[in-house]
Ligand binder design. Structure first.
Ligand code: HEC
Length: 149
């Protein structure tokens, strides 16, 4: 089962390094959308304050986490986490910077994948610079308590 997941993950092969991102308290986050692709199910969540901010058209506050809980064949596979902090963009040179967001990959035991760096996360999410580096933020205004699909 794991080898199947590993094969599938090849297109997403990125490595992580320690940075400022801390694993959040998942109980405080709201699951606002689900993305399904083959045997992959992603539950995407953030704070109630961020949901409110997006709905009001206000900036997402520092301290916000976005978490993508990645399941393969119904089993928890990993967590992808974005966290914003005031001035955190300064940790990176301009070409790599994604606003004040930093990215991290956590395994189910909440350890991080330490082989390399999170530049690839940033590189891909840079395409969403005009949407605060979020791919699914546009779904938040439609969220009324049931995860948007
Ligand atoms: C090749 C492009 C790509 C790379 C690389 C990538 N992401 Fe994403 N990310 C996406 C897409 C697309 C979504 C929207 C969900 C989906 O379609 O699977 C997403 C969604 C997310 C979300 C939910 C918030 C949002 O933007 O909608 C988080 C959190 C996230 N990614 C973190 C990470 C982390 C951490 C890494 C690196 C370990 C990473 N991503 C690498 C494309 C990418």
């Amino acid at each position: 089962m794991l080898s199947g997941a590993a094969v599938l993950a090849v297109g997403w092969q990125v490595h992580a390094e320690p940075n400022r991102v801390q694993f959040p308290n998942l109980d405080e986050l709201v699951h606002y959308t689900t993305v399904r692709r083959g045997n992959v199910t992603e539950h995407i969540m953030t704070t109630p304050a961020a949901i409110e901010a997006v709905k009001q058209g206000n900036p997402i506050p520092p301290g916000t986490h976005f978490v993508l809980v990645d399941h393969r064949d119904g089993e928890l596979y990993r967590y992808f986490v974005m966290e914003r902090g005031a001035g955190w963009g300064d940790d990176y040179e301009e070409g790599r910077r994604t606003g004040d967001w930093q990215f991290q990959w956590f395994w189910p035991d909440r350890s991080i994948s330490v082989d390399e760096n999170t530049a690839r996360c940033q590189s891909c999410h840079s395409s969403q610079a005009s949407s605060d580096y979020l791919f699914t933020g546009y779904r938040i205004p439609r969220f009324d308590g049931t995860p948007v699909e």
